[in-house]
Structure formats: C-alpha cells, structure tokens
Design a protein around this ligand. Structure first.
Ligand code: FAD
Length: 321
C-alpha cells in the first residue's frame, strides 16, 4: 500500500541537518512507492530543494514566510498544520531534536492525533508500519503500530541511515503560502552554548568526561583527543554539576540523547541515567580506574586505568596515524 509521507526539514546555520536526510530515508520505507514530500520553512527555503531531492524527496514544498526564519513554536505549528492540510499525508515525520520535541506534540494535540516520539527504527511488516522506540531509559524497545489516523512520529538522530545523495533524483518544487498570526515570541538573537560547532546529538564521535576528570582543566586532554578524532566533547551530569563544563554538554536522561559511531567515556561510572543517553552508541569505549564500574557492562572495549595517562597516550598514538 503506497503512502504519502511528509517530512519537515530542519535547517541550522544555513545547512540542512542530517536528521532531515534520515527522516527522508525513513519516509521512503513507509511510503512504499508513494510520494515523499519535504517541507522547508523560511525565506531561504529555495536553497534546500535540490539537496532534499537528492536525498529522496519527490516533492519539495517551500514555505517562504519571514516568520519562519527563526524557530518559534507558534509560527512553526501554524505553518506545519497548514502544510499537513494541503498535502493530506498518511504520515508525518520530524527529527527528535529540540525543535521536533517542542513542535510535534503541539501539532499532534491541535490535530487530535497520537504521536510516537523518539523512534529509532521504522519498517513495513506485512503491510503495516511498525515503529521501534526505546523505553525504560533504553533498557528495552517497544514496537508500535498506529491503528487509525495519521502516522505521526519523531525520529531519533543517527539511527536510520540516510540515502546517499544522488544527483539524478529530481523533485517537483512548489511554494505554499501560509497565514501566520498571533505569534507570541520573537527571536532576537541566538546565543551558542558550545563553541564545538557540531550538535552533540548528531556527532559521529564523542569523547565524554565524568566526575573522574576532576576539574575544568582536566577536560583539556579530552578536547585534544576529540580534535584528533574529529569528534566533540560531552559530559556526565556529575561533571556538569561539579562545574567542570557547561550543561549544554550533558548526556543522559536529563541531558542529550546521543547515538554516535564511537563514544569514549572517560571517568564516568555508568549510572543508569547516563546510560539512558548513550547506551545505543555503536561502539562504546570506557576508560575508568575502577574495574567494577558499571560503564564496563555496556562497553565494547574497556580500559582499566587512569584517564590522565590513557587519554594523552591515545591522542599521541592517533596523531601518528
Ligand atoms: P561518578 O559516579 O562519581 O563516577 C566517576 C567515575 O570516575 C568513577 O567510576 C571513578 O572510578 C572514575 N574515576 C575517578 N578518577 C579517575 C581517573 N583518574 N581515571 C579514570 N577513572 C576515574 N547523570 C548523567 O550523566 N546524565 C543525566 O542526564 C542524568 N540525569 C539524572 C536524572 C536524575 C533524576 C537523577 C536522580 C540523576 C541523574 N544523573 C544523570 C546523575 C547520575 O545518577 C550520576 O550521579 C552521574 O551520572 C554520575 O556522574 P559520573 O559518572 O561522572 O560520576
């Protein structure tokens, strides 16, 4: 059964975010040959049509309203609802990002439909669309299907591989006018919390530090290792609470959920609340001087030792590669 699937694109710093490409790949699976429609908001929307087509969009809907240049819940919710009314999709996908987490529940509530949030996989089985989502802080996975109405889901970044860009893919590009009124907030300025450039939730390599790092200064070797690996630095709440780094770096149940290809945990004990944010990483390396630390139970590779010896040694060796 073919379906029309709508994806809301996310743009940051003038670039489409990877999670948009991942949503397009998920949409292709659900669509079963039906059209995948990408909506892109803001006055620069035209710039993204080609990239969206190359990654699998059959139709691109540009919504070029100045109120959509910066994200506000009011404006985006109104615009997305009008796109949904125009496209009449069978399914709507957003990234499970700060934007998606804020917008999707609001739009679902206004449309009076359910929402499957934070999905890590989607497949069509026996003609039915089955979404997978983690529960109990990532200790188990649920498989869910929607019994009636719109399929509305947010997709966790870094889980569904995007389609390779293919320049031969073309999309029908349309513009849609929307009415946006009574927007109660205005974005004056966007202040970055981290200077790392890459969003933790989309990073492929994360070097993360915990209370074992002992000070803000102690994070220096972690930044050096991250730089050599082309990754970014994250932290446990223990490290953030101790003031070693900014809360923007916190990974875990009450921080960011990450699924990088490589997660290196340095001086992190592996509390359940931390594991909730990183246990789905593809390869986990733990460096801890306590051989009994729970982090070793989820680690693919464990190094029992002092991080202040191990981390610089790793950096030194990797520099030679
Ligand atoms: P610790 O548990 O103190 O571990 C430090 C580790 O460093 C130890 O294992 C020690 O052996 C090792 N170590 C010390 N020195 C060295 C050295 N020189 N070399 C190598 N290893 C060394 N935590 C999160 O991380 N993210 C969350 O989102 C989060 N949310 C929470 C929500 C709630 C409601 C609650 C109650 C807690 C939450 N926590 C969260 C806190 C969590 O329970 C832990 O307290 C926290 O993760 C511990 O941080 P840590 O591993 O850095 O510190």
């Amino acid at each position: 059964m073919s379906r029309t699937v709508l994806v809301l694109s996310e743009v940051r710093d003038g670039k489409l975010r990877n999670v948009t490409y991942e949503c397009l790949a998920a949409a292709k699976r659900i669509a079963e040959g039906g059209p995948v429609v990408a909506a892109v908001f803001g006055t620069k929307a035209a710039a993204y049509a080609e990239a969206l087509a190359q990654r699998g969009a059959d139709r691109v809907i540009r919504v070029e309203h100045a109120a959509l240049d910066a994200y506000t819940t009011d404006a985006y919710a109104q615009a997305l609802i009008q796109v949904i009314e125009a496209v009449k999709p069978d399914a709507v996908l957003l990234g499970h990002t700060a934007l998606g987490k804020d917008l999707a529940p609001r739009v679902a509530a206004r449309l009076d439909v359910g929402l499957l949030s934070d999905c890590t996989d989607v497949a069509v089985e026996g003609g039915e669309v089955i979404f997978t989502r983690p529960i109990y802080a990532g200790k188990a996975f649920q498989k869910k299907k929607v019994l009636s109405g719109l399929l509305f889901a947010t997709i966790r970044p870094n889980n569904i591989p995007p389609l390779e860009a293919d320049a031969s893919r073309q999309a029908v590009v349309e513009t849609l006018g929307v009415v946006i009124e009574n927007v109660r907030t205005e974005v004056k300025d966007v202040v970055r919390k981290t200077a790392q450039g890459v969003d933790l939730s989309e990073a492929k390599i994360i070097v993360s530090g915990g209370r074992g790092v002992k000070s803000a200064e102690g994070f220096k070797p972690l930044y050096e290792l991250a730089e050599v690996l082309g990754g970014v630095v994250g932290a446990s709440r223990g490290a953030c609470d101790a003031g070693y780094c900014d809360y923007a770096l916190q990974i875990g149940q009450t921080g960011k959920v990450v699924t990088p290809d490589l997660y290196i945990a340095c001086g992190i004990s592996g509390a359940i609340q931390h594991l909730a944010g990183m246990s789905n990483s593809k390869v986990i390396v733990a460096i801890n001087k306590d051989p009994e630390a729970p982090i070793f139970q989820v680690a693919d590779y464990g190094i029992v030792g002092d991080l202040f010896e191990v981390v610089p040694l790793l950096t030194q060796e990797l520099r030679k590669v």
